[in-house]
Ligand binder design. Structure first.
Ligand SMILES: Cc1ncc(COP(=O)(O)OP(=O)(O)O)c(N)n1
Ligand SMILES: Cc1ncsc1CCOP(=O)(O)O
Ligand SMILES: [Mg+2]
Length: 533
């Protein structure tokens, strides 16, 4: 499983109906960007926004006339009055007018502990109409970088923060490294202005890994404030308890859906009514939680090595990211999978196959290579002339050599396994995932099924991630968009009914069968309770 950056949002002291996020930034009197855009985005994602104003900008959709900065003590008062009443679970910072404001904010944030809010800094330098909003000295920028959890510049802002030109992939990575060297815990650079890229490719870098988020090139039309929207959405999804990788994936999909939803379509109706379409295009429509599979970015992932050659390896993976393996793994023979027993010996396969089970997995975690090889061989032999689709966990080379039906791999395995060899040998491939980012990573590989877990707490395996629950499972199934899905983790007779209602294609279980007093009866009861009979 991909290592998740360890970031957890604080919880509110107040028993408010909605979680609270503070937006700190400038008021754009046209409503297109700034804290107005933040508050609308947050409300759209079921968050209450408190607004701490740093400056009033007098601007329309096309021109910025002037700005009036708030003095630091007025900003301080806003902080004080809100803090007792509606403490934030996250803070989204936008345009900071000057050093005084910035130092006040970083001092306040550093003193806020227990619970400590998650802080996103979108370092807005200027308006889309060209007005400069922020003048910060280098030491103050560094202070802020060391205070916040994530900084989200676009390419120009990255240059502003680092004083480094960013003109291609190498200089982009160099500037990100500079930012991290200055103390930024994690950096998310928006690639919208990266003229050298074929697709829009945003990049997230933290201490342990790098993720790329790619979308086809888009036109923003008259839509403003998409950077504010993205950073606010990240704060919102963190507060809704998503890990940072999933929060970024969801925020990216959210902005994409708002854009698609807002910009005029090239339809006859839009053309006939071009003037009003133009006008409405300034004003982002609300969207709610993103759900459309086509608006989610392609995600590629690279674990950062601990060796000197790290830079080179990062580069390799990033290049590889754009060429994400083409082709599909073979489809499953039966896609209504039903109950999917995952067992640790060939004896269990022998015991269960008379049930007419449609899919099983041999997951052997102990024993000599010779013993494992023998078990895989016998298991393949046992199900050879049956309907049962047998997947071999981990041992993809043996699975190919011994002619298995399929292989099941985890997130780390797909970094090292030869996926082309598996596909060329005609084996099916199932892959484990643990959230939105991993699903988007894996969808691009066109596997035979996607496993989703762990849904409930489990004693069978130590899981670094949190249980996902049935509500998220339902969203994951929708995102898999027709690729067969398998739910796994802590699923038993009392939980299986709710799991089956999500529309998942199969339900994998270990202990509910292998620790049952009567495993065959337990299998049958699960089939019936899930409505798979
Ligand atoms: C159906 C199914 N889903 C998930 C897993 C877990 O696989 P993986 O992440 O490779 O972890 P291990 O099983 O190897 O511990 C699975 N085996 N089957
Ligand atoms: C292998 C695995 N991967 C995610 S959860 C899990 C174990 C599931 O076992 P159980 O069904 O006993 O909770
Ligand atoms: Mg495995």
């Amino acid at each position: 499983m991909m290592a998740k950056a360890s970031i957890s949002p604080a919880s509110n002291n107040l028993n408010t109906a909605l979680p609270v996020v503070w937006c700190v930034g400038g008021v754009d009197c046209s409503g297109g960007a700034g804290v107005t855009r933040d508050a609308i985005t947050l409300a759209d994602l079921s968050i209450h926004a408190c607004v701490l104003t740093t400056q009033l900008t007098v601007q329309s959709n096309s021109i910025m006339l002037s700005k009036e900065s708030m003095c630091a003590s007025a900003l301080n008062q806003q902080w004080q009055v809100l803090f007792e009443d509606t403490p934030p679970r996250a803070i989204k910072i936008g345009a900071i007018a000057n050093d005084e404001q910035a130092l006040l904010l970083s001092a306040r944030i550093q003193k806020t502990s227990n619970p400590r809010p998650f802080v996103v800094w979108d370092p807005v330098l200027s308006t889309s109409s060209g007005g400069v909003l922020s003048e910060l000295s280098e030491s103050v920028v560094d202070e802020l970088l060391n205070t916040v959890d994530i900084v989200t510049p676009n390419i120009d802002e990255l240059t502003w923060l680092t004083h480094l030109p960013v003109v291609d992939e190498a200089s982009l990575l160099n500037a990100i490294n500079r930012l991290r060297g200055k103390g930024a815990k994690s950096v998310y650079v928006k690639g919208g202005h990266a003229h050298w890229q074929k697709n829009v490719s945003d990049i997230f870098v933290c201490a342990s890994h790098t993720l790329r988020f790619s979308q086809p090139k888009y036109a923003n039309g008259n839509l403003r404030g998409t950077g504010c929207m993205l950073a606010s959405a990240v704060a919102a999804f963190i507060v809704h308890d998503y890990c940072i990788e999933d929060a970024l994936t969801l925020a990216n999909a959210y902005v994409s859906e708002v854009r698609n939803h807002t910009l005029p379509k090239q339809s006859a109706a839009a053309n006939a009514n071009a003037i009003s379409s133009e006008l409405t295009a300034y004003f982002a429509r609300t969207n709610g939680f993103p759900t459309k599979p086509e608006s989610f970015p392609l995600v590629t992932f690279h674990q950062r090595g601990a060796t000197a050659n790290e830079k080179e390896r990062d580069k390799d993976t990033l290049l590889e990211a754009s060429s994400c393996k083409e082709g599909h793994f073979p489809a499953l023979t039966h896609t209504h999978l039903g109950i999917y027993p995952v067992v640790d010996s060939v004896q269990w396969i022998a015991r269960l196959w008379p049930t007419a089970v449609k899919i099983m997995q041999l997951r052997v975690k102990q024993g000599s290579q010779e013993d494992i090889r023998q078990q895989i061989k016998e298991a393949i032999e046992l199900v050879k002339h049956t309907d049962c689709q047998l997947f071999i966990n981990d041992y993809w080379e043996l699975a190919i050599e011994l002619g298995a039906y399929g292989v099941h791999l985890g997130q780390e395995d797909i970094d090292t396994a030869d996926l082309n060899a598996i596909r060329n040998a005609g084996l099916r491939l199932g892959i484990s995932t643990h959230g939105f980012a991993e699903i988007q990573r894996v969808r691009a590989l066109n596997p035979s099924y996607i496993a989703l877990g762990h849904i409930f707490p489990t004693n069978t395996k130590d899981m670094p991630s949190k249980p996902q629950g049935v509500a998220r499972l339902e969203k994951y199934v929708q995102l898999c968009d027709g690729i067969p899905t398998v739910a796994i983790g802590g699923i038993n007779l009392s939980r299986i009914g709710d799991v089956a209602k999500t529309g998942v294609s199969g339900i994998a279980v270990v202990s509910a069968i292998t620790q049952a007093e009567h495993p065959l009866k337990a299998y049958q009861a699960l089939v019936e309770e899930a409505g798979f009979a």
